[in-house]
Design a protein around this ligand. Structure first.
Ligand SMILES: O=C(O)COP(=O)(O)O
Ligand SMILES: [Mg+2]
Length: 212
């Protein structure tokens, strides 16, 4: 199971562009890139709610902001996003090792699938699950347990590859081994301080040998 934002694709540019358009439409000031980087990873609703507060907007604006955000996201999706170095090579290695792969992200499923398609990554995965596919999101273990079910592998033999303590908490609670990439978004904290089986600088450092 691989996380998407901060693990496979650097989507900070997309989030920044979409939030700038959303805030402009609401007549609010824009927010800093650092703030966005620290807030990504807990789903779009969380990001929009926190962004409204950061920009001085009333919480009552949420429904309008969320509708605007989704509309802008669908249009911008992928335009300012970059596949991280080592990802294509890493996915090819995992596939060559015969491992069934799934994406498990807190991003809603529709834009997640579209982003993978636009970046040419859609062919690697047996399943793509988003934050709206299950009643609870990561760090709750439920989405991981459901993804293991779909993959047909027990949690103890299903690796979670992510970029944040959000992924780590979910993996620990689900009983899944955890690999953390060091280049993503970890709520502004050093991800090397989060316990994991491995920390990798590129996805292709996860070799078939390490997984056997
Ligand atoms: O917060 C999001 O929308 C997505 O975050 P994730 O892909 O790292 O789960
Ligand atoms: Mg992530």
């Amino acid at each position: 199971m691989l996380d998407l934002d901060g693990t496979l694709v650097d989507t900070l540019g997309d989030f920044a562009a979409v939030l700038a358009l959303t805030l402009r439409d609401l007549g609010l000031r824009t927010v800093g890139r650092d703030f966005i980087e620290h807030t990504i990873g807990r789903g779009g609703e969380h990001l929009v709610r926190m962004t409204l507060a950061e920009a001085g907007g009333a919480p009552e604006l949420f429904d309008r902001a969320w509708a605007l955000y989704q509309r802008h996201y669908a249009a911008v999706n992928g335009e300012h996003a970059i596949v991280y170095p080592g990802v294509v090579e890493g996915l090819a290695l995992l596939r060559a090792a015969g491992l069934p792969l799934a994406v498990l992200t807190n991003k809603p499923a529709a834009p997640a699938r579209e982003l993978l398609r636009r970046k040419g990554l859609d062919g690697y995965f047996a399943h793509v699950f988003g934050g709206d596919d299950f009643p609870r999101k990561k760090p709750d273990p439920l989405p991981l347990l459901k993804t293991c079910e779909a993959l047909g592998t027990p949690p103890s033999a299903t690796w979670m590859v992510g970029d944040s303590r959000n992924d780590a908490e979910a993996a620990r609670a689900a009983g899944c081994p955890l690999v953390l990439v060091t280049y993503g978004y970890n709520h502004g904290e050093d991800v090397r301080a989060v316990p994991a089986l491995r920390h990798v600088n590129r996805l292709d450092e996860i070799s078939a040998d390490a997984l056997s």
